[in-house]
Write a protein that binds this ligand. Structure first.
Ligand SMILES: NC(=O)c1ccc[n+]([C@@H]2O[C@H](COP(=O)([O-])OP(=O)(O)OC[C@H]3O[C@@H](n4cnc5c(N)ncnc54)[C@H](OP(=O)(O)O)[C@@H]3O)[C@@H](O)[C@H]2O)c1
Length: 232
């Protein structure tokens, strides 16, 4: 792990899972999230004037950088439209991707220049240390970094680098395999001698289709990890 955890930027995980922690089925399908089976018995959504959790648009308005795992990037490129605002800096975390898939990206309207290896808004980054170097150098103070993808989120969580969590939980336990958000993280934290990661509840809303969104902020936000330097 990196030698120093000192950082001046903050991150937010904004994502959705099934009740059993899946971000997606093994084949990447998320229809359980985008078109769940109708159930008129669900509790009604929280009224808009009482909402206490950010919408995706409100979240994105605070974000300049997205750090996304290569698996999530591939899925996003396979969808008809790019799911994120195109003016954001995007760091795609990958050890194995040789170069950016420029044709696919251009088809989605993403800005690519040169040979596609880092001159546009989208860059490949090869390690968490490299991610940190870019964020340390380029994120403006007060702006959020959006962390996306399960493995990628766990890499950040392991380092205590997730300052805010906006998590939507869908009322379904999925059968079969899937791509987990937190799965396996507990033993990893313990093996590395880390403490529990405690969060403060900021808000909670019922949204459509019986889903619930919870909004948490790291309990030691502003006092602990943000300014510390640790040798690991
Ligand atoms: N439900 C939701 O809201 C939601 C949100 C986001 C994603 N998803 C879904 O979740 C799935 C993807 O999540 P995931 O957990 O499978 O993967 P992911 O985090 O998106 O991507 C994992 C990949 O990131 C790279 N990577 C991870 N750690 C690295 C490190 N330390 N250094 C360098 N590269 C590293 C590796 O790429 P290489 O193999 O190229 O080396 C690895 O295969 C997709 O199906 C996506 O659609 C759902």
């Amino acid at each position: 792990m990196s030698a120093s955890t000192s950082r001046t930027w903050k991150t937010r995980l904004f994502t959705a899972t099934s009740l059993n922690d899946y971000l997606a089925r093994s084949d990447h399908s998320i229809t359980w999230l985008t078109s769940p089976s109708p159930n008129p018995s669900h509790a009604a959504p929280s009224p808009p004037e009482r909402k206490t959790t950010p919408t995706f648009e409100q979240h994105m308005s605070t974000v300049d950088f997205i750090v996304m795992g290569r698996q999530t990037f591939d899925v996003c490129l396979s969808l008809p439209d790019w799911s994120y605002p195109k003016d954001k800096e995007l760091l795609v975390l990958s050890r194995r991707m040789d170069c950016l898939p420029v044709d696919l990206m251009v088809a989605k309207g993403l800005r690519v220049s040169g040979n596609g290896n880092g001159n546009g808004k989208v860059r490949i980054v090869r390690s968490i240390d490299e991610v940190k170097r870019v964020l340390d150098a380029e994120v403006n103070r007060g702006r959020m970094v959006y962390v996306d993808g399960g493995q990628t989120a766990r890499e950040f969580l392991r380092r205590g680098w997730v300052d805010e969590v906006v998590l939507t939980v869908a009322p379904v336990v999925l059968a079969g395999g899937g791509r987990g958000l937190f799965g396996g993280l507990g033993p990893e934290l313990e093996a590395e001698g880390r403490r529990d990661l405690e969060y403060t509840l900021v808000g909670v809303d019922v949204i459509e289709n019986g889903m619930v969104t919870v909004y948490y902020r790291a309990k030691d936000d502003g006092k602990g990890e943000m300014g510390e330097t640790e040798d690991e």
